[in-house]
Design a protein around this ligand. Sequence first.
Ligand SMILES: Cc1cc2nc3c(=O)[nH]c(=O)nc-3n(C[C@H](O)[C@H](O)[C@H](O)COP(=O)(O)O)c2cc1C
Length: 187
Amino acid sequence: LPERLLTIAAFAGSLRKDSYNKALLRAAVELAPPDMRIDPLDLSSLPLYNVDLDNDSPPGAVAALRDAIGRADGLLAVTPEHNFSMSAVTKTVIEWASRPADNSVLDGKPVAVMGASTGGFGTARAQVHFRDTAGESGFLAMLDPAIYVSRAQEKFDASGRLAHESTRKAVREFLEAFARWIKKMRA
Ligand SMILES: Cc1cc2nc3c(=O)[nH]c(=O)nc-3n(C[C@H](O)[C@H](O)[C@H](O)COP(=O)(O)O)c2cc1C
């Protein structure tokens, strides 16, 4: 029998039109294994986290974000590195999704993180901080394998396609490992 399709909610933590992390997420959508479908979230109207807005009728973008993550088998975060940490966009997604604390859509959710930077360390420091937020929000962070896309300006072509063959292979293998790991976490 064919295995059930794994659905993955995903986001890129950059609002920039020509974002390398948005481009890396598009590559992930394209390179996902046959038993996985990656659905990118639109963060363009997501407000910064604000407790005053976090009531019984939160902004529509917040409700949509929580609903998509809640229904998905896993979450894929594609984060830039800003100031040696994750971007504020990535962090605000975590903040919204982590509340209400007693009923968070992140609780027990398998989560993978990847990222692209123009520097030499490919978001390694941002990813360490990202995974560490699991301690409060209760998600299950895949630690290994990891993927760090350094010097992104050399790896994507002018149309924003991931052109670097060994990185394409790494993304494919990373997503295959994520699929296996989600099944293992369930078992
Ligand atoms: C505020 C700011 C801080 C940054 N800090 C880092 C950093 O700590 N490490 C790094 O490798 N790149 C850093 N960069 C460069 C980013 O890697 C680069 O802007 C990248 O294109 C961001 O991802 P995006 O293309 O998806 O927006 C920084 C960029 C900005 C705007």
